[in-house]
Design a protein around this ligand. Structure first.
Ligand SMILES: [Zn+2]
Ligand SMILES: [Zn+2]
Length: 373
């Protein structure tokens, strides 16, 4: 039973993904088989492929995706075959402690599944076509570097027909992560001074969300001067390269000597995290979005934390209810108020995924999107 499909498999961190035939099983009772149409190549995939984050191999990466429902399990009611969907990389169960606390991205069932490299029962629907006794693990309940994915029912977020698949894919991760960090965690208000560190797939969305929320001063900070034009296109009012001076001093100069009301750190690099903390004003908020390599630490002068009443908030998948944020973003997009089209870089085939990783590592200006027929 099941389909034979083409997928990119990671066998060993640090090695290229191998595109080969994989058998995807039929969806169980509360699962959905989705035909993938578009999937972005995101830093979280790269980190896992390079061994900077944990993953149980072999596995199929890819977590920023959209597609069409092909088949549904016997008790699925949320979607039907033919529906267009965005896939969630943190599908929630709806009844654990964290789901009740309105933190579905921390869902216990999801975390168990992701930790096992499986779906909610902890088991995989993927195996090698050449060696059917060998199971392949799922990644974040998505695994979209493949022609098909079996996902939990709640991992399917319905998408309006007029939303292009590439746009839907980006909304599945980078857009919602950056948007939510600003709206839910930094709670940016009209007139604010906001710093965004790292002008990448997430950073441009943080910049754009800050602009929509009425921030007066939006400072994009990046070590690559080529990012200035991109940052300004999405609404940054200033650009600063920290190699050229002291970012905290620069921010104070733009904010009545106070510092930024909030900083959104999107790189995950420890020195950038320390810098970001230091440029936030007393009482302001550092939102940490970028994911550091496993085991890395960052330091702040401990005495400054109580005295300055600064807040440090970790932000995962936008920090709110991702599904609701996704609908808000799609509504802004459809009204022409949120630019996602310009975030789409080259459109590639699955076989080019390793080259896309190399380019992402070098710092590309827009997202590579793998498209399927
Ligand atoms: Zn991602
Ligand atoms: Zn839950």
């Amino acid at each position: 039973m099941g389909h034979i499909m083409k997928a990119a498999v990671l066998y060993e961190a640090g090695k290229p993904l191998v595109v080969e035939e994989v058998v995807v099983a039929d969806p169980k009772e509360r699962e959905v088989l989705v035909r993938i149409k578009a999937t972005g190549v995101c830093h979280s995939d790269l980190n896992c492929a390079r061994g900077l984050s944990r993953g149980t191999m072999p596995l199929i990466l890819g977590h920023e995706a959209s597609g069409v429902v092909e088949r549904v399990g016997s008790s699925v009611s949320r979607v039907k075959p033919g529906d267009r969907v965005i896939l969630s990389w943190a599908p929630a169960c709806g009844h654990c402690f964290y789901c009740h606390e309105q933190h579905p991205a921390l869902c216990d069932s999801y975390n168990y599944a992701a930790g096992q490299g499986g779906l909610w029962d902890g088991t995989s629907r993927l195996k090698r076509a050449a060696k059917p006794q060998e199971t392949i693990n799922h990644f974040s309940c998505v695994s979209s570097f493949a022609e098909y994915a079996v996902v939990p029912e709640t991992g399917c977020i319905p998408m309006h027909e007029e939303i292009p698949f590439a746009v839907g894919a980006l909304v599945g991760c980078a857009v919602t992560t950056g948007f939510g960090a600003v709206v839910n965690d930094a709670k940016v208000r009209a007139g604010d001074c906001v710093a965004v560190i790292g002008v990448g797939g997430v950073g441009v969305n943080a910049i754009q969300a800050a602009a929509i929320n009425g921030a007066e001063t939006i400072v994009a900070i990046d070590v690559n001067d080529e990012k200035r034009a991109v940052a300004e296109k999405f609404g940054a009012t200033h650009f600063f390269n920290p190699k050229t001076g002291d970012a905290a001093e620069y921010l104070r100069g733009l904010s009545h000597g106070r510092g930024a009301d909030s900083a959104i750190e999107c790189t995950g690099r420890p020195p950038a995290l320390t810098m970001a903390y230091n440029l936030v004003r007393p009482g302001g908020t550092l939102v940490v979005v970028g994911i550091a390599a496993f085991g890395e630490q960052f330091t702040v002068a401990a005495s400054t934390l109580p005295n300055s009443q600064r807040k440090i908030i970790g932000s995962n998948y936008g920090g709110g209810v991702p599904e609701e944020d996704i609908q808000r973003i799609l509504s802004l997009y459809r009204k022409g108020r949120f630019d996602i089209d310009s975030q789409i870089g080259e459109r590639i085939r699955l076989e080019q995924v390793n080259e896309a990783f190399d380019r992402l590592e070098q710092g590309v200006l827009a997202r590579s999107i793998i498209e399927f027929a």
